[in-house]
Design a protein around this ligand. Structure first.
Ligand code: CTP
Length: 429
């Protein structure tokens, strides 16, 4: 029996794919089709597939041409598959001519002429484009617009006053304006992705989610870390029980870059530490331990009490069976790491943990330690845009940050503004 293997993404299965599979099958008696996993596609730069892995596998199955379907998950897997499955012929389309010649050492390599005039990329590009405008300027806004060019199906346009020329808006105004900006956009019928916190009180935050639901619009928090592959995997590993029960989550996020602590800095235009870093630092806490904490104590060092401008804040949460802390600062510097303590081991994410492509699971016996590496493009902003565009298209809210997490973040920040914090003195003031 001659075994043939071929690989592909098979997004929005088209005529070119079917012709390839038919000819591949005709090369032998048994056809194995390797479908690329979403993560592997990301590392290859294909980040905006229209269909999930399951949908793509189903589509290949429905052709009735594959005798066996496998998933391709990592670089170098082809050699393993060919040996393991006893493959005689490896084949792909001629767009890969020469690229897989190295496999000749293991089996015969055949390049089949590619069908002209059709490709998944073209089919993706033909779909209706989502026009996104921005409210608020500054660096983060520029980064967002820059990253949009890497995502198929979205276009940037400067918003008109009444927002009538866009389908969606990205909001990165001063946090004190988020509530009004989000409300205005939702009332105008626009989907919204907003830098966190979405609002400065729990009530306002839930009100905005209710409004979005009522109008069938997507409202989502733009914490870029939530969309990075390493972070998503870390959550899964932490929740899987590998490190036992989670006893403590401790995150640190600090930066001195925007000069908030310099003499004469105009703090009224800058974000304070709790708004700039709080949401990111709280993200793993609420996503791993939930939002039902029993108590919260807040300690801050203020740069300007009138403006509620904290240069440093420490949040300490106590849960029924765990504790958590977040240390955030724009006028102090520390090691920006994330540690998740469990009863059997711990997860360590080195600084800067909020834009990591790597984490480690560590145990008492260091021989059991495991390192995890992933690809991170565009600090996660690119994936955030893909997730947002998908949510808009499917009409389902994005699963990366639950509404309850966004509301818990707003709730914590509200407590800070309500003066529920102990103030420590600033040296020399
Ligand atoms: N293929 C083909 N003819 C086409 C398109 C694809 O023969 N018109 C072949 C490819 O050479 C490959 C297999 O189908 O062997 C799966 O290709 P895949 O990359 O999934 O499809 P594309 O349409 O090329 O996708 P994209 O545009 O995202 O690159």
């Amino acid at each position: 029996m001659i075994k043939v293997i071929t690989y592909g993404t098979y997004d929005m299965l088209h005529y070119g794919h079917i012709r390839l599979l038919e000819r591949a099958k005709a090369l032998g008696d048994y056809l194995i089709v390797g479908v690329t996993s979403d993560d592997y596609d990301k590392t290859r730069g294909k980040i905006n597939l229209q269909q999930s892995l399951m949908e793509r596998v189903e589509a290949v199955k429905a052709t009735g041409l594959a005798d066996e379907i496998i998933i391709e998950e990592y670089e170098g897997q082809k050699i393993d598959d060919i040996r393991r499955l006893g493959v005689d012929i490896f084949t792909v389309g001629s767009d890969w001519e020469g690229y897989f010649d190295y496999l000749n050492e293991y089996c015969k390599v055949v390049y089949l002429p590619r069908t002209q005039g059709v490709s998944s990329s073209e089919l993706r590009a033909e779909k209706r484009r989502l026009i996104i405008g921005t409210i608020g300027d500054g660096n983060i806004s520029k980064k967002f617009v820059h990253e949009m060019q890497y995502v198929n199906g979205v276009d940037y346009q400067e918003c008109t006053e009444n927002l009538d020329n866009v389908d969606a808006v990205y909001i990165a105004s001063h946090p004190s304006q988020h509530y009004n900006d989000v409300k205005r956009a939702l009332k105008a019928g626009k989907h919204v992705i907003c830098e966190s916190p979405i609002a400065l009180t729990f009530k306002q935050c839930s009100e905005l989610f209710d409004l979005a639901k009522e109008k069938n619009l997507v409202l989502t928090d733009a914490i870029k870390t939530a969309y990075s592959t390493a972070y998503s995997r870390l959550l899964v590993v932490a929740k899987s029980g590998r490190i036992g029960n989670i006893i403590s989550v401790d995150s640190v996020c600090t930066s001195l870059e925007d000069g908030a602590s310099m003499p004469g800095a105009d703090l009224s235009k800058k974000q304070n530490s709790i708004c700039a870093w709080g949401p990111t630092a709280m993200l793993p806490i609420f996503q791993l331990l939930g939002d039902s904490f029993k108590s919260l104590s807040i300690t801050s060092m203020m740069l300007d009490e009138q403006l509620n401008y904290d240069g440093f804040t420490k949040l300490d949460f106590i849960y029924d069976k765990a504790v958590a802390s977040a240390k955030i600062a724009k006028a102090a510097k520390s090691e920006g790491e994330l540690i998740i303590t469990g009863t059997k081991g711990y997860i360590y994410v080195p600084a800067p943990w909020w834009k990591t492509d790597y984490f480690e699971v560590r145990f008492e016996n260091s021989a059991e330690n495991k390192r995890y590496f992933y690809q991170l493009d565009g600090e996660g902003i690119r994936y955030e845009i893909v997730a947002f565009a998908r949510a808009v298209e499917s009409g389902r809210s994005s699963l990366y940050i639950e509404n309850s997490t966004s509301c818990a973040i707003a709730d914590t920040i509200e407590r800070f503004y309500n003066g529920n914090c102990t103030v420590i003195k600033r040296e020399g003031v």
